[in-house]
Design a protein around this ligand. Structure first.
Ligand code: CDP
Ligand code: CDP
Length: 224
């Protein structure tokens, strides 16, 4: 295992993983890995290059060839700012389709592990605690009801100036949950040693506080 401390946050779409991971990383002064962005970037590359979701070799090659750079508030692919593009629902849906492919997941493994460097890492996704960082110091499985998640995603899209339909979002979100949970490769699941956090009725601040408090207990305990 690695001696670099890390917190893994997994969970279904729109449970708040990205938001909570970013806040916790900022509080601790640690690096941040948004692993979903790598699947979204792969999806965007496939969509732009006309690679079909069923083309395993094509999608894996696109994943391996990704030329990405994560900067303060953006993601660059081949020198182009694609921060907004990768957030499109169409790209998210394609991401969950290429994410079922084992060669795609394998192509992204080392890239994800390379983010674990001092002083620490907070990583969010579907398989951070189960597959990519099984020795994470703290594993959180962040959940929220489908309705709460659809509402959050709706608000998020509208605020960014996209159009959105709540019922369509709820339907797409449930389809994405099913695909992420039922796939054979690295399915969405809580690690056996993960702490489950239900944020359906929690604010962002309350959720961050819970994670920080668990981390305080964990890191305090390992020092004594
Ligand atoms: O923001 P949202 O939770 O909808 O998605 P995301 O975290 O950006 O990930 C997009 C898609 O990539 C998900 O639907 C998953 O299928 C896939 N993914 C994955 O398979 N493994 C990860 N560690 C992260 C994302
Ligand atoms: O990364 P993931 O798809 O799990 O979710 P996210 O993009 O971080 O969060 C989805 C939306 O829910 C964001 O707009 C957050 O501000 C919001 N959110 C919330 O309203 N209440 C929470 N307790 C957590 C997140």
């Amino acid at each position: 295992g690695s001696t670099v401390p890390m917190i893994a946050i997994d969970g279904p779409t729109a449970s708040g993983k990205g938001t909570i991971a970013a806040r916790v990383a900022a509080r601790l002064g640690w690096h941040l890995l948004d692993s979903g962005a790598l699947y979204r970037l792969t999806a965007l590359a496939c969509l732009e290059q006309g690679i079909a979701a069923g083309d395993e070799q094509g999608a894996a090659a696109a994943a391996a060839a990704l030329d990405v750079r994560f900067v303060a508030d953006g993601v660059f692919m081949g020198g182009r700012d694609v921060s907004a593009d990768i957030r499109r629902e169409e790209v998210g849906n394609m991401a969950s389709q290429v994410a079922v492919l084992a060669p795609v997941r394998a192509a992204l493994l080392d890239r994800q592990r390379a983010f674990r460097c001092p002083p620490g890492l907070v990583a969010d996704g579907r398989d951070m605690g189960t597959v990519v960082f099984p020795d994470a110091d703290l594993k959180i499985f962040l959940v929220a009801s489908a309705e709460a998640r659809a509402q959050r995603r709706y608000k998020q899209l509208i605020e960014k100036g996209f159009s959105a339909n709540l019922l369509t979002l709820l339907r797409d979100l449930e389809a994405r949950d099913a695909r992420d949970t039922q796939r054979a490769n690295a399915p969405l699941a809580a690690a056996h040693d993960a702490l489950v956090l239900d944020s359906s009725h929690l604010t962002i601040d309350q959720t961050v506080e819970q994670v920080m408090s668990w981390w305080g207990e964990r890191s305090g305990a390992s020092r004594s």
